[in-house]
Design a protein around this ligand. Structure first.
Ligand code: GLN
Length: 188
C-alpha cells in the first residue's frame, strides 16, 4: 500500500463530500466512487449516511452492489451505510438494523458517547438514526448510547449509527484508517 492510503467514498447519494473532506484532512487520498471498476484500486471504502432506500436502488442500477460484495478491503459504513452492510441488505456484517428507530419526536439529536479505550467522550450526531437490534458473536461494540451499540466493528468492517463526518472530532475516521493500515499489513 502507498504511504497515503487511497480511500473511496461511495458517491451515489448522501454525505459523501463530508467524508472525503475528513479523510483528506487526515492525510488520506479520497476519491468519489460511482462505477464498479473504481473499487479495484482502493485500500478502503466508505458508505456514507443518506437514504438507504435510495442508495440501495442506485448501487443496483450502477452495478455497484455486486462489486461491493466482492470488495475485500476495509469498509466504513455510517448511518444509512450501516443499514446497507447489515444482514437484510448486503449481508456483509452479522448485525440486524432497524431504520429510523428513534421515533419522530427524537428524529435527530446529539449525545456524548463513551468511546472504548478513550477518556474523552465522542460527540455523536444522530439523524433519523438506525438502531442495531441484534449482533453476532464476532461483533465488537466500540461505543454505546444508553446501553445500545452505536459504533461496532467486525473484522474489516466498522459501522456507526451516527454521523462522524459532521463534527470536528476525527477519531472514527482515524480508527478506520488504522484498520486500513493493519489490513494492508496483514495481507503483505
Ligand atoms: N433514515 C435513513 C435511512 O433509513 C438513514 C439516516 C441517515 O443516514 N442519516 O436510510
Amino acid at each position: 500500500m502507498n504511504p497515503q492510503p487511497l480511500i473511496g467514498v461511495l458517491a451515489v447519494q448522501g454525505n459523501f463530500r463530508e467524508h472525503a473532506a475528513v479523510l483528506r484532512r487526515l492525510g488520506a487520498d479520497a476519491v468519489e466512487v460511482r462505477k464498479p471498476e473504481e473499487l479495484d484500486a482502493l485500500d478502503g471504502l466508505v458508505i456514507p449516511g443518506g437514504e438507504s432506500t435510495a442508495i440501495t436502488r442506485l448501487i443496483r442500477a450502477y452495478g455497484l452492489e455486486a462489486a461491493i460484495r466482492r470488495f475485500q478491503q476495509p469498509l466504513l459504513g455510517t448511518c444509512a451505510g450501516m443499514i446497507l452492510l447489515d444482514r437484510q441488505h448486503l449481508g456483509l456484517m452479522d448485525i440486524d438494523v432497524e431504520r429510523n428507530a428513534y421515533g419522530r419526536q427524537v428524529a435527530s439529536f446529539e449525545a456524548d458517547l463513551e468511546l472504548s479505550g478513550e477518556e474523552k467522550p465522542l460527540r455523536g450526531v444522530f439523524i433519523r438514526a438506525p438502531r442495531v437490534t441484534a449482533l453476532g458473536p464476532e461483533v465488537e461494540v466500540l461505543a454505546e448510547l444508553d446501553g445500545e451499540p452505536v459504533l461496532l466493528r467486525e473484522g474489516r468492517f466498522l459501522v456507526a449509527s451516527f454521523h462522524p463526518e459532521l463534527t470536528d472530532d476525527t477519531r472514527v475516521h482515524e480508527r478506520f484508517l488504522e484498520l486500513v493500515r493493519q489490513w494492508a499489513y496483514v495481507r503483505t
